[in-house]
Design a protein around this ligand. Sequence first.
Ligand SMILES: *Cc1c(COP(=O)(O)O)cnc(C)c1O
Length: 409
Amino acid sequence: MNDAEQRDSADPLKDYRTRFLLPEGIIYLDGNSLGALPRHVKSVMEETIVNQWGSDLIRSWNAHEWITLPTRVGEKIAPIIGAGEGQVVCADSTSVNLFKLLTAALGSNDTDQQRNVIVSEQGNFPTDLYIAEGVSSLLGEDRARLRLVSDGDFDTAIDHTTAILMLTHVNFRDGSIQDLPRLTRLAHDRGALVLWDLSHSAGIVNLDLDANDVDLAVGCGYKYLNGGPGAPSFVYVNRRLQAAMQQPLSGWMGHRQPFEFSTTYEPADGIDRFLAGTPPILSMQALSAALDLYQDLDIRELRTKSVRLTEYFIEGVANIPELTLASPRDNDRRGSQVSLSHPDAYAIMQALIDRGVIGDFREPDILRFGFAPLYNSFDDTQRAIEILIDVVTNRHFDDPRFRERQRVT
Ligand SMILES: *Cc1c(COP(=O)(O)O)cnc(C)c1O
């Protein structure tokens, strides 16, 4: 047995790989962008489409409890992010949920006119910043103003004008982890709320939202949670804030009694008030089924393997002088991805994909490799390292067909 095979045979999570449908000959290192397909999701979707939609039709809202699906999925996500009952619900996309929470949070602050600033950082995922800009133009600069930090100095940026600190926990570009406990405490000490985007953390990094008294959070269903393309997102609202927060997309699913069809909006009591319209049942059933993989899992165990995989990869590519590590070398500061920079990163990634190693490219010069400990092995990692060394040192990426830009990178 070689080193990678030895590591795989000692891996307590090794059997999970067989629970995914992975294409033959592909080394999939992009589970941070779109999680792979868990085998059993296929049959759950077939049952949902053929029996529930096809046969039970509208009766399924009651018979198959479609109506409580957003809450039930929220409760499956809660333990994964360290949240107690009644604080997580599944709905809409991350972008839409950011809009709901930011606007609600600024509204709940309107007794305190001085606090109108959303503090975030320059390197945040663009949609988070775009949504904050949208909130600002909707409410006006008097109510919502965006302040971007570029040097990580939140201690200076958060002051008596700050309404909310909105940050992403694991950075999409370099995989670095923000210090959630410290920054949450800092915001609270200055009288501000926090909103954490957990898109690249949920299901892969230990999170203790309740223990850290986090106010608000959102996250993606289609990344490490394996919910499928465009799977709905989740919303976390700390119980102590729910009653004071009224979100702006006051659709009927967030109403106290949707089927009373009353003329005026009255929000539901708990976390359900963060729902808006009819849930996408097909997508949500896929996510719900995928989450069952987490039932017997300890996130700490996933995190341990994730760190070992990324470290193994970093050590394996350290001898390629053309590549620069763009992710933190310190294991505690890195999520489950490794980013490497190279001026020809786009072409290199296309050449890798051509050889069956799937990662992705991020502007301006980042090669991104995501490691999903439920289905990635050390053998995958070792083979990816060998192919990457070959592609870079023998310049296989120079082929002009690898330079043609696609719409999605
Ligand atoms: C993936 C990701 C999103 C995606 O938002 P959508 O509305 O689902 O497109 C948002 N924020 C962060 C930090 C992400 O990583």
